[in-house]
Ligand binder design. Sequence first.
Ligand code: PAF
Length: 291
Amino acid sequence: MRIVRTVAELRAALAPERAAGRRVGFVPTMGALHEGHLSLVRAARAGSDVVVVSVFVNPTQFDDPGDLAAYPRTEEADVALAAGAGADLVFAPEAAELYPRGYATTVAVTGPLAETLEGAQRGRGHFDGVATVVTKLLLAVVPDAAWFGAKDAQQVVVVRRVVADLGIPTRVEVVATVREADGLAMSSRNARLGPADRPRALALSRALGAVRAAIEAGASAGAARAAGLAVLAAHGVEPEYLALVEPDTLDPLAPADAPDRRVLVLVAAHVGPVRLIDNVTVTPPAPTGAL
Ligand code: PAF
């Protein structure tokens, strides 16, 4: 396992691998690795010959300087965990390596993909920051495939758009959200949940469960959403959003819609000082038409 800090070192390390025809897999992260990230590294290991993990807390995707400052930085532990899960190379650049003096280019995804939900809450600069850093990382590594977590569902939609629109020759792979035993989606932010907030954080996964159950029972989108909102309220958690959308376009379902195909259900809420997000994809039951 090697750590490299510059794009030049990274390219030099990967050149012989590529020349030998080995498949390069890539997992971009902001560090503070947990089981969710490690599931991505293991999936990359299973699908590649060489696995690169990046550890970079990308300043351009944070709307809130306090959130950026509070973001955990645990590089030594990250490197050990990445190696244990099968990484061959960790790319851990300084900010100036990716954003040198005079840097002036942004990759901006326009329209609802980047402007709704997380984009509306965090400001449209959030997904510009994600799109820009992911593009830069993919250009640095040029992997055959890159692995992303389903927990950041909107990020996945945005990244797929960027990769398709810019013709980046990388396959985007998505790995299911890893959860704690009680259902809380794993996140680097969970470490900041205090003892009183940790049980309340279950509001998100439970609300999603209630929406899922309602859709599976044939409820309209509006009724299913109301079921989820009731669960959040019962935990004293005010959502930033709880939305039922079409999974590829993020188009919202109208309240009266009776879901008849896959629905992506997303929720975001502050629990104490910590902002959490979660989602599930629900497949409604097939209609039981009379023969
Ligand atoms: O999902 C993340 O951790 C980040 O948004 C990513 C993809 C590493 C870009 O900074």
